[in-house]
Design a binder for this molecule. Sequence first.
Ligand code: SF4
Ligand code: SF4
Length: 332
Amino acid sequence: MFKPDLCDLCGDCLVECQWIDIERDQAIASFKAMIDGQETPILKQCITCYACNEICPEKANPFDLIAELQEKYRVFLDEETARIEEAKYVFAGELEGLPRSERVMTTCVFAKTDASLLQGELYDLPRVGGKPYYCWVLFSHWGAESIQRKHARDLVDRLSLTGASEIVCFHDDCYAMLATLAPEYGIEVPFRPVHLSEYIVEYLTRNKDRIKPLDLKIAYQRPCSSRHTPEKEHYIDELFELTGVTRVCRTHDREKALCCASIKLLLGNGDPVPDQEKNIIDARESGAQAMACLCPMCIHNLSPVAQKHGMPLIFLSDIARMALGEIQSPLS
Ligand code: SF4
Ligand code: SF4
């Protein structure tokens, strides 16, 4: 939720935005207009990367204001289309095969679409996934944030039925929903959400004697939803360190990360390829032998450009699997 009382109208959120070219005076005027509820060109130019929520020095959540106005002015999806898209994801049946365990992993919608990413000993734990456990975070990319909010409680309630005290989130979006968004919506989350990187670090630490350091230089592709949960970022560094991988220092990582940009296509907001090239070339010029992705969607969306530039993409947990000797490095 946007916190107008914290905003001092510094303009940083728009000036630092990597997708909108704007001078500070105009940024301040535009942001003020949006605080007053007005429609501005920013609403259409914004690609919903969430970065400004992390950038804002006052923690005022400027993206939440932008998202509210994108929906109010129906900048992306009209009401009818939003309803049709919502209906595609609503689950109305009975939950089946509910595991009862202290720790359960939620795989969102990826167990079917990206089964190859969920292989091996790391994923040998009770799991739930599919439509009932969809996290709805896509809808704030679509200018329909109220749909994301509307279904948040269902997700929390269904996961609670497992009785788990910890829910490990395969998808960064699910973690963002459970760790940040649902509590912001006033929903009590009765279990501890565990980020995939935290889970892997814990697993690797328990199996430290089996790790063979990989001695690789890898760039990290930070997904958009990580902007909601920067406090867990240190686990990514720890995972790299434990596996003997150097996270290359590059322009577009951490606060300056570029999202996979594919949302531009979804929003009819221009060609994502030049941005994807900028990202991959940045990784290459920083000495990376490969790029590690946390979000399966980043792998899908960056693949054509990464291939063109000879940059292998590796799913984050595959780094751990390589270090544990479970799979071969694609670079060996
Ligand atoms: S939301 Fe934050 S970054 Fe944006 S103008 Fe207000 S204080 Fe500055
Ligand atoms: S969400 Fe991303 S694209 Fe939109 S204004 Fe904020 S930083 Fe810019």
